[in-house]
Design a protein around this ligand. Structure first.
Ligand SMILES: Nc1ncnc2c1ncn2[C@@H]1O[C@H](COP(=O)(O)OP(=O)(O)OP(=O)(O)O)[C@@H](O)[C@H]1O
Length: 258
């Protein structure tokens, strides 16, 4: 269980996370959605004790991160890819983490197999592609067999087979009774993976509901998401052609050319 209780984080005049309050329950995949810059990563970092909140707090299995006795065995997180020494092999990286946390060395080969990196585990991790680096980050998160897992954009850089693998992994971790919080911008993928959704915009809670309920609000989950976050998107692009587009002068202002 993750409990987020009134979390607030300010960076200068900008309030990145604003009185956020929600629970993430075990046995389900909870999707964490929001437009760019809405505060998802900042919230996850605060849950993991990597950022200090200006107000509120977050609890993992009833304790703040700093109060966990064996953190790696209670919570695992993939927050950024490439949080390893590039000169170390994947196996050496995981072995060092395991040794520091008093986790049996045999667990290293188990998690390497889970993420599909066994054959390349001796290679310097600095030579890994983004997708391989994501897999290594997931292996590190799983190392202590924790009951609570957070993944920030885990499908980044993964090929279609990798995306499907993540979906199956998330669902099987939840089916084992774990608490899984997953952020992704791929809404169609979220519709297939998550049971529950927490949607935020400009640091504030917009929805805390089931995928089914939110999908039922529009023609699709994507439509319902856009309706919910319409006024909360800080960075909106346009569909208009650039000045270099030779057809630009033939298009009426305000008209989508396609
Ligand atoms: N270290 C920092 N210093 C200053 N501002 C920051 C810092 N980290 C985040 N922010 C700001 O806080 C806000 C929330 O950022 P955050 O990365 O949490 O959003 P996000 O929802 O994860 O975005 P994305 O979907 O683009 O990954 C943004 O306005 C961002 O610029």
């Amino acid at each position: 269980m993750i409990e987020v209780k009134g979390l607030t984080k300010r960076y200068g005049p900008n309030t990145a996370v604003d009185g956020l309050r929600f629970d993430v329950t075990p046995g389900a995949v909870t999707g964490f959605l929001g437009p760019n810059g809405s505060g998802k990563s900042t919230t996850m970092r605060m849950i993991m004790g990597l950022d200090r909140p200006d107000a509120g707090h977050a609890l993992i299995a009833g304790r703040p991160y700093a109060g966990l006795r064996r953190p790696l065995c209670e919570v695992g997180a993939l927050l950024e890819a490439r949080t390893f020494h590039p000169g170390r092999s994947a196996r050496a990286h995981l072995a060092a983490l395991a040794a520091a946390a008093d986790i049996p060395a045999a667990r290293v080969d188990e998690v390497l197999a889970t993420v599909g990196l066994s054959d390349v585990a001796g290679r310097r991790a600095g030579t890994y592609s983004l997708g391989m680096a994501q897999r290594l980050g997931i292996a590190a998160a799983l190392l202590g067999d924790p009951g609570v897992l957070l993944f920030d954009e885990p499908v980044n850089g993964l090929d279609p087979e990798g995306v499907r693998w993540i979906r199956d992994l998330m669902r099987s971790l939840a089916a084992e009774g774990r608490t899984v919080l997953l952020s992704s911008h791929l809404i169609s993928e979220m519709a297939l993976t998550a049971d529950h959704l927490v949607v935020i915009g400009r640091g504030r809670l917009l929805a805390d509901t089931s995928v089914r309920e939110l999908t039922g609000r529009g023609r699709s989950l994507e439509e319902a998401f856009f309706a919910l976050t319409e006024s909360a998107s800080a960075y909106q692009g346009t569909a208009h052609p650039t000045a270099r587009d030779e057809n630009a002068s033939h298009i009426e202002p305000g008209r989508n050319p396609r």
